[in-house]
Design a protein around this ligand. Sequence first.
Ligand SMILES: Cc1ncc(COP(=O)(O)O)c(C=O)c1O
Length: 397
Amino acid sequence: MDTKTLMEWSAKYHTPNYGRTPLVLVRGEGTRVWDSDNREYLDFTTGIAVTGLGHCHPVITGAIREAAATLLHVSNIFHNAPQVHLAKLLVEHSFADRVFFCNSGAEANEAALKVVRKYAKEHLATDRYEVIATNNSFHGRTLATVSATGQPKYHHGFEPLMPGFKHVPYNDLRAMERAMDSHTAAILVEPIQGEGGVNIPDDGYLPGLRKLCDESGALLVFDEVQTGVGRTGKLWAYEHSGVEPDVMTLAKALANGIPIGAMLCREHVASALTAGSHGSTFAGSAFVTSVALATMTTVIGDKLPDKAATRGRELVEGLREMQRRLPIIKEIRGRGLLIGVELTKAAGPVMDACRDAGLLVLTAGEKVVRLAPPLIVEPSECQRALKILGDALAAAK
Ligand SMILES: Cc1ncc(COP(=O)(O)O)c(C=O)c1O
């Protein structure tokens, strides 16, 4: 089928909720993807921080083949071995004692919201149900997670939103402290805001939130759906802060593109999820957890968080050089391979110019170009990406 017809059918048959780039991608390998006209692109989007090991990594392709030929799905009324091994590995490499599997980031956050409510009701007070989240956050598109999301543009038309949420400015401990009261069950934050513009809080922010939670009994929930699995130069972004949460949510990169989510928590929190209180049909299938196990084993075994930290530093250095000659660059924010380049103008046209020159990048909000290459990206690929981005920014001046 020709590209034009495919795009016409896409526009005709899909619900119109995605603003799509006019490309049909057909093949990928490592950091590169090809479109239906066989044009090659450097992929610095990774499916929005999903394919951390790059496209069609041989270990992942092998794990998919083997899992598909062994056991796809059995209900969670049975045990399955890869699910157990994955939970054990996640626990051994994080703060957590227990893991609940699901299918997406929104579902992981739904699980977190449900567990903090149940925990607070049962262990703190029956009227402690409120979750305080932050402005510019992003936590998902289900009714509860969009209510938790601190960006009104995602709320429009879907009101009334779910009750039980408050929002305060990100990186503002005083505002958080003022918002907390006898109804507060939990604080929910991203350790670095991704969709909101790659916003990195001050060093004292996450430790300050930990202290507020410890003093009040509220639970601290870190949404690491975008920042987890090595992207920021540590396996989990909270490791940069020196404090640990009570609950952490994951998805995106956990199985390198096969849908999965996970809610990790401490023992006392997990005890609220008594048998039958929560669940999901597809969650933690033998298939997806086999692929996630291969992903996590590779990320940890190949020390990819360290590589992400090194490549990220090199990219930021290159961007800072660029900033000296291009006043369109207002600010560069990044940790590991999650990098935001804030512009003085709209980022959309720069993204389009990069695409036309063979580089796929993301935006985050109106004026931020977001770079999220795979953790396996090569220095030469970073240099090529910098050249294309530099040219696009120079032309946008
Ligand atoms: C921090 C964060 N939380 C939650 C989500 C929602 O994940 P999903 O789209 O898998 O539901 C996202 C998606 O971008 C995210 O960045």
